[in-house]
Design a protein around this ligand. Structure first.
Ligand code: ADP
Ligand code: MG
Length: 589
């Protein structure tokens, strides 16, 4: 199958608006011809004046020609303006639809995709790459149409007036074209890709750098400790330098030649007249070409960027497709409804990437309807991973995850979202108002519903303290919440959803005991009528769980109730003792 051209791919996003793009190209091509007409009329004026000189009274057509020049300038502007209006309308549509397609796609991708690809890169593709197609379609495409038509019209005119001067003008034009071909070609395509890659890497590393600033400060490091960031900048710099260097001669010759049409014309006049007085004919034609040469410069410059713009478009489409082509999670169906709120992970093996060791190895665990199960174990044991599989952030490579007897891969996204509530280890609140954050769980929740959820999640003290109550924007004007406070808001959010299955990834113990008590209470409220999968760091919170699973190195090492596990004197027993002594150490210290 023939690959769709970048242009037709992009036009696909314009939908019915593509007609405007075509219209703008046609109008713009017309302007390519109209642009030349004022020059013709100006030349006629000069010609007439010269011919009647010194009896200027006889120059009767001057005013008429002058008006024609003005009118064609206006027609040109009007056409160009209309062309741009059309191209912009369509281009904005394309950029919007591309962004929509990307964002919709991202919603269907495994949640880990942004981490894998680099969030800086993803951001750049969504904002800048789609933005660049907008500039290309809105400005460059109509300009391209002009850039094709003007030289043709130009060459025709050059020869109509006086072929000798026409030839003289063609010399710089042809040389400029040759230089352009030297700069373009497959190598340039490759360089353009390298250039965009370098930009992308720099963007990625910059995001990482900003994220890492707290670490840098804490450990008294400098920017140079971010080797990868520095390397990305250096690479970019080196690439730009060497690229500029490689095109230096061609670019210089290009610029010199297109700006030197005068020199060729003057040379020709001297040649034709042999240095003596020029005849009127030659002089008048000479003048026409002198008036005309600025058009050559503008046109050739546009042609120069034409091939570059086309490459940019291809590159943009490729980058957008790099996201659109990622295999999405299989879509479930509306008909497969979970029977109840039970959860079962069966013989699941999962790796984050093909070349990393599995984060879970043949793991099986289950929670019946309304049961509370706990996942414990050393850091990196696989607890968060197992919980993420239940919410289908990823799909396992082997084994199955079932909710209410139905494989999560068969449940529709909407049903799954309504069934499972996930309170993250880091509470992931957005820099929006508290109300907006809560409404992520339930779009149409009323204010009183919000207040009820906040109350149940023990957030009354937080709301009372904030200047605008639930409309206070987080992270603005000095409104920052402590870790425990954030988690309580996150619990209120989960509460609003009233999901039958709740997954809690407990944040590691908070410093202040008061907060801990409140978070605990909020948890209890949230989990009252749900099946609960709880990842706990404070073992006291899970003593009453129906079953406890000890995960270590991606495997279930032990399972049972608190009492059963203590009796076994295994891993859990050791953890428990360690935990007890840590607590008593805290108390006595
Ligand atoms: P726990 O929650 O028990 O501390 P995790 O489930 O977070 O453990 O991690 C289990 C394993 O998977 C660890 O080896 C960890 O390095 C790896 N891992 C966790 N998250 C990712 C990720 N996004 N990409 C790659 N590997 C990951
Ligand atoms: Mg974890």
């Amino acid at each position: 199958m023939k690959k769709k051209s970048a242009f037709s791919t992009v036009m696909g996003y314009a939908g019915g608006f593509r007609i405007l793009t075509y219209l703008s190209v046609i109008l713009s091509a017309l302007t390519g011809v109209v642009a030349l007409l004022p020059f013709v009329y100006i030349w006629r004026m000069i010609k007439e004046v010269l011919e009647v000189s010194p009896d200027y009274g006889r120059a009767v057509n001057v005013v008429h020609n002058g008006w024609m020049a003005v009118i064609f300038s206006l027609v040109y502007m009007l056409l160009y303006f209309t062309a741009l209006m059309c191209s912009h309308t369509s281009a904005f549509r394309v950029a919007t639809n591309m962004k929509k397609a990307l964002l919709e796609k991202i919603a269907d991708l495994p949640i880990g995709f942004a981490d894998e690809m680099g969030s800086g890169k993803v951001r750049r593709i969504i904002t800048e790459t789609t933005g660049s197609t907008e500039t290309l379609l809105a400005h460059n495409l109509p300009d391209m149409a002009q850039a094709v038509i003007t030289p043709i019209a130009m060459i025709v005119m050059l020869f109509i007036f006086d072929w000798r001067f026409g030839l003289a003008c063609l010399i710089p034009v042809i040389t400029a074209f040759l230089m352009m071909f030297r700069m373009a070609g497959p190598k340039m395509q490759e360089d353009m890709k390298k250039y965009q890659d370098a930009l992308e890497r720099m963007s990625n590393e910059a995001v990482e750098y900003v994220r890492g600033v707290p670490v840098v400060k804490t450990f008294g490091q400098t920017v140079f400790s971010f080797h990868r960031f520095k390397k990305a900048i250096d690479d970019y710099g080196n690439f730009c330098l060497s690229y500029t260097d490689s095109t230096r001669t061609s670019m210089t010759l290009f610029t010199v030649f297109i700006n030197s049409a005068f020199a060729f014309l003057i040379g020709l006049v001297l040649l034709l007249t042999g240095g003596s007085d020029a005849g009127m004919d030659i002089l008048v034609n000479f003048l026409f070409y002198v008036i005309f040469t600025p058009v050559i410069v503008t046109t050739m410059n546009r042609v120069l960027f034409m091939s570059e713009n086309n490459m940019k478009l291809e590159d943009a489409v490729e980058r957008v497709n790099s996201i659109l082509d990622i295999e999405p999670l299989k879509k479930g169906s509306e008909d497969m409804k979970p029977r109840d709120a039970s959860v079962e992970i069966k013989n699941v093996t999962f790796s984050y990437s093909a070349d990393s060791k599995p984060a879970l190895k043949n793991v099986s665990l289950k929670a019946d309807n309304d049961e509370v199960i706990a996942l414990v174990g050393p850091s990196g044991g696989g607890k968060t991973t197992a919980a993420g599989l239940i919410a289908r952030f990823f799909d396992p490579q082997a084994g199955s995850v079932r909710i209410g007897g139905v494989d999560v891969r068969d449940i529709s996204k909407k049903d799954l979202m309504n069934t499972v509530s996930y309170v993250f280890q880091d509470s992931r609140l957005l820099k929006r108002s508290i109300a907006e954050n809560l409404r992520l769980a339930k779009e149409d929740a009323t204010d009183s519903e919000l207040m009820a959820a906040l109350h149940a999640a023990q957030c009354d003290d937080i709301i009372g303290r904030l200047p605008d109550g639930i409309n206070t924007v987080l992270g603005s004007g000095g409104t920052y919440l402590s870790g425990g406070e954030q988690q309580r808001i996150a619990i209120a959010r989960a509460m609003l959803k009233k999901a039958p299955i709740v997954i809690l990834d407990e944040a590691t113990a908070f410093a202040d005991p008061e907060n801990e008590v409140l978070v605990q209470k909020a948890f209890t409220e949230l989990t009252k009528h749900s099946t609960v999968i709880m990842i706990a760091h404070r073992l006291t919170t899970i003593r009453n769980a129906d079953r406890i699973y000890v995960l270590d190195s991606g495997e279930v090492r032990e399972q049972g109730t608190h009492e059963e596990l203590l009796k076994r004197k295994g891993l859990y027993h050791d953890m428990w003792n360690e935990y007890q002594s840590a607590i008593s150490w805290k108390v006595t210290a």
